[in-house]
Design a binder for this molecule. Structure first.
Ligand SMILES: C[S@@+](CC[C@H](N)C(=O)[O-])C[C@H]1O[C@@H](n2cnc3c(N)ncnc32)[C@H](O)[C@@H]1O
Length: 372
């Protein structure tokens, strides 16, 4: 499937508008295939789901129709910046649509923390998270008197989920390869179970894999004794307790030599910490502080202490625009404002847009917190 996601949505939109009734995913896929050539039912289904309820409505299992006021939402999704804060603009949109329609060569670095499992930000999983039971989210046991933030449980992903994940990152890589200037860094938060998939999908989309950053932090993943057999195997933990978070480091291939690229596009390296100290790939970072979580209660909030270091380093000359296509609470944008860079964010969930609008100025004005 080579069509940009916005093209698929428009094609579904045209078909359902003309039909004036609901249709099955199979009928919709056939109609889209007639307009665009081959298309898989799973990409049509994921398109319907990611644009529901704003544009499409689910009428029964596997059946959808267009919302009567969808036209207004499509325009809203496409055009309106939701929030302007400091040096940042946040758009309320699906980032795949936004990336397909943004100007080519308009972004100088990407710093982002995407959804994994694709499913964890679905309404169903967020409802389970809010209800505190089951699903892909796991609430780690509290210890030292503190409640821990929930974590997505990536070991529940099956082969199909992994294929979908690969396609998701491949599509993302392709679209970023168009939006980002040559030499622009693309830094993607990941986890030790899935970083290989992200790296290979995005490299196969044409970006260049440049290594990994290690964010040293106690993630509360792993380290558990065998389930329902703790007492039988007291000396065993099933997986190592994870104490780092990998960030995949990619870039759009350079145009010419590093110095040519730096002159023409202002990209092609990392900003040094000082004359003596280059930016390093191991970054000590505490978990997100309580005060940040109170400002921005997003289930995947990243800490300012870490983001500011990474965002600052991502523009080698300190010039250009940062993009976070999965902006969440706007923490990357707040970090960019704090270090003096303009930035653009895209977030699909209106609840997180409201959260970000309140949180971004507060996060940006936090005094730099000690990294450890
Ligand atoms: C892991 S969270 C990012 C959290 C962020 N690092 C923070 O500190 O707040 C991923 C975010 O991407 C959003 N998202 C998921 N799919 C999206 C899409 N297709 N376009 C834009 N945003 C999307 C989710 O709603 C979620 O807020």
């Amino acid at each position: 499937m080579t069509s940009a996601p916005g093209v698929i949505r428009d094609s579904i939109f045209r078909f359902l508008s003309a039909l004036e009734r609901d249709a099955t995913v199979a009928e919709i896929s056939d109609a889209v295939a007639l307009q665009l050539g081959s298309v898989t039912a799973s990409s049509v289904r994921s398109y319907l789901n990611s644009n529901a309820p704003e544009v499409f409505e689910r009428t029964a299992r596997g059946r959808y129709r267009i919302r009567s006021d969808a036209e207004a939402n499509v325009r809203h999704v496409r055009l309106n910046p939701a929030v302007q804060s400091g040096l940042a603009i946040l758009y309320h949109a699906d980032c795949f649509d936004w990336l397909a329609s943004c100007a080519p060569n308009s972004i100088h670095a990407v710093v982002t923390d995407p959804p994994y499992g694709i499913v964890e930000y679905s309404e169903k999983e967020l409802t389970k998270l809010r209800a505190g039971k089951g699903g892909v989210w796991r609430v780690p046991p509290s210890f030292d008197g503190n409640r821990r933030a929930p974590l997505p449980r990536f070991t529940v992903l099956n082969e199909g989920d992994r294929d979908e994940l690969y396609r998701f990152f491949r599509r993302l890589g392709t679209l970023l390869g168009r939006a980002v200037v040559p030499g622009g860094n693309v830094l993607v938060a990941s986890n030790p179970l899935l970083s290989h998939l992200v790296a290979s999908a995005m490299a196969n989309a044409g970006l260049e894999l440049r290594g990994y950053l290690a964010r040293l932090t106690m993630t509360m993943r792993g380290g558990d004794r065998p389930k329902n057999a703790h007492q039988d195997f007291p000396d065993v933990s099933v997986m190592p307790r994870s104490q780092w978070e990998p960030w995949v480091v990619l870039r759009r291939p350079l145009e010419g030599r590093v110095q040519d690229n730096l002159r023409k596009w202002k990209t092609g390296g990392f900003r040094r910490l000082s004359d003596e100290q280059p930016f390093g790939d191991v970054i000590r970072s505490s978990p997100t502080t309580r005060s940040e979580r109170l400002i921005a209660p997003h289930p995947s909030l990243k800490p300012q202490n870490f983001l500011r270091q990474v965002v600052r380093a991502s523009l080698p000359l300190g010039e250009g625009v940062i993009l976070d296509p999965f902006a969440g609470s706007g923490s990357t944008l707040a970090a960019a404002t704090a270090v003096g860079y303009p930035s653009i964010g895209v977030e699909a969930d209106p609840k997180f847009i409201r959260l970000a609008s309140d949180a971004m100025p507060k996060l940006a004005s936090l005094r730099q917190i000690d990294p450890v």
